[in-house]
Design a protein around this ligand. Sequence first.
Ligand SMILES: Nc1ncnc2c1ncn2[C@@H]1O[C@H](COP(=O)(O)OP(=O)(O)OP(=O)(O)O)[C@@H](O)[C@H]1O
Length: 352
Amino acid sequence: MTLIRLDGLKTYYRTEEGDVAAADGVSLSVSPNETLGLVGESGSGKTTVAKSIIRLLPDNGEIVDGTIEYRDENVTEMSMKEVRRNLRWKEISMIPQNAMNGFDPVQTVCDQIVEAIRAHEPDTSRAEARSRAEDLFEELGLDAERIDDYPHQFSGGMAQRAMIALALAVSPSVVLADEPTTALDVVIQDRILGTISDLQEEYDTAMILITHDMSVVSETCDRIAVMYGGRVVESADADTIIRNPRHPYTLGLRNAFPDITADSQELISIPGTPPELTDPDEGCRFAPRCPFAEERCWEETPEPEEFGEGHVVECHRADEADLLREEASKRETWQELREQAERAAFDGGSDE
Ligand SMILES: Nc1ncnc2c1ncn2[C@@H]1O[C@H](COP(=O)(O)OP(=O)(O)OP(=O)(O)O)[C@@H](O)[C@H]1O
């Protein structure tokens, strides 16, 4: 069974400069208990996908096409009342990027967690709800005595953990976790991710874990979807994405985290900048930064193609993966692009 299914989701932001195609035909699915990692550089559309799922888009954001199904119900067609009553928190909760914004500043953290629990489980007493919140605090390494504090009394890292407690306390079927550990140091990060995984198992929760960090997803996720320029350019089980990726962008991302795989040892970042999402060009969006781009890559947008079960890739050269993998692990492959990008930046600068 599929819990969440996105099919051709397009979410645009209206701006004075035109529409920003932040999600531009995103298809993906999440099964019960599964953890799907959504990775990609800043601005690739990850948060937009998550916010679309629970209809938390800002005023200028709009789902313009495609469908989002939750347990076979079309979320895009639900009224906001239905979303609030039947979906948000109860079924799907979100740990936002800036945890402090997720809390109401004038209520204690405890009251907010207790209210959230009781809103969805009216039979649970305040005392029971409080005790569940305290247990979660402890599991997440927070001092349970601080539970009666107001959000502003927490540091950023504590607020993030308290938000994780809130998101899990309501026992949702799915948690959307947007960079849940970025405000935390590496040791705590590992511990929190471990705790989230344990709690996920305990509460039977599926998760979409959003991050730009390949090493986080490689440790935590069952499947990975790689986003670039508003599209999922490659998706597969985590092992395939780490060991046998086919898209040059995934290969480049992997180089940026050399510790996740034995065959790329040095850190090589992808030169250039993400694409303009207002009025995107024809062709593959990664072509300007791709060391393997050919003429057709600039002209034709690649269609999703399946390689083995559940491994979907949008790249004209995906069938040459062995060659690409070998070339992509060499620094010189990316070097020329870097020089081009630097020249372009220099020329751009001298015009001003
Ligand atoms: N309210 C908005 N109005 C206009 N453009 C927006 C708005 N919110 C996001 N965008 C743009 O949409 C694109 C996708 O943003 P999004 O936050 O979904 O990406 P992301 O991959 O989650 O990045 P990050 O990791 O930085 O959050 C970016 O180009 C961003 O500038």
